[in-house]
Design a protein around this ligand. Sequence first.
Ligand code: CMC
Length: 390
Amino acid sequence: KGYFTYDPGFVSTAACESAITYIDGGKGVLLHRGYPIEQLAEQSDYLETCYLLLNGELPTQQEREDFVNTVKNHTMVHDQVSTFFKGFRRDAHPMAIMCGVVGALSAFYHDSLEISNEHHRRIAAFRLIAKMPTLAAMSYKYSIGMPFMYPDNSMSYSENFLHMMFGNPCEPSNISPVLAKAMDKIFLLHADHEQNASTSTVRLAGSSGANPFACIAAGIAALWGPSHGGANEAVLDMLNEIGDVSRIDEFVARAKDKDDPFRLMGFGHRVYKNFDPRAKVMKQTADEVLKELGVNDPLLAIAKRLEEIALEDEYFIEKKLYPNVDFYSGIILKAMGIPTSMFTVIFAVGRTVGWIAHWNEMISGSYRIGRPRQLYTGYAQRDYPDMASR
Ligand code: CMC
């Protein structure tokens, strides 16, 4: 006490300067390099947004083509990465596999260890953005015992991901443009969100000089928790548990009960206290996708009713708890036929560019190793007792 600020959960501590993303939580504003998320979601696409986050400006036509082509050059993974997968049990959670295989990429690309070399940092960024969909789809294919699919570089980023997820080597993939567009929007809406838990983890790991693949693996681990990226999977689990519209009141009452640890998953946000602008776009996308696919899932009725009840409830209004991006993304992903265990993996694929942009921003500037302090609450000094007197 007295020497430093005590701020559990970093509620009021800025740990870095950053020029990448701006959030005004009170007004529901999210800007990437100054551009509103709504405009990017409407007019840009995921890879162009990646370029923007990494480089600070939107690309010209030529820069955009070069960027997309370079990403395509890196979509394959080393053949030995495929053997690495075989060490996992088939029933492993795909996020567990992702923590392992993404970290293992540092064993394949020794140049990435030279983090002071700008060219090597750039290549690491391309490798990560390009290989994440390949690894994500491999983790799914492995879990269902199907052969891995090679990337198809004639396809767009999101089409190719769906091709590797749902295609098979015996016949050409037929990817619905509606689904590919929705997938692209999901990646784009998750691309960056300034100093959230996983990005802060990437920065902290990176501040010791660790290589980018190891840092991103740390970010994936932090993302997995249900308070963060794991919430999209937890939303679906919760909707399944509720099971019927008639049981919603019971779950809302549990969420309000101080003695019950249950929370409504997909509601609330540390920074947004008005609305989550990503959730607005995601809700609109959900409506479009559901209409287009003609999906009639009873869980959607529960989700819709839950949203209405929570938005009218005094507890949620007073605590400023609104549906967040994960509430709607889970609903769209389910409608698209994506298995629940892949939801957080898809978040990780989209967020990779944000992680790498923040890591690169830190390494390119001046930084110190992150080293939080603590308030010690343990014993005062005492003498080591011999065994007989314990
Ligand atoms: N259901 C019921 N009560 C809640 C909820 C919820 N989802 N979220 C917060 N509260 C209550 C909480 O009990 C606390 O009450 P009190 O003041 O009486 O103690 C108050 O609201 C403030 O909550 P907090 O935990 O101090 O807030 P936080 O900023 O530390 O946590 C959060 C933010 C997102 C972790 C939390 O709202 C939550 O657990 N939400 C559910 C999980 C979720 O949807 N996470 C995804 C976040 S968005 C995407 C991402 O970042 O990955």
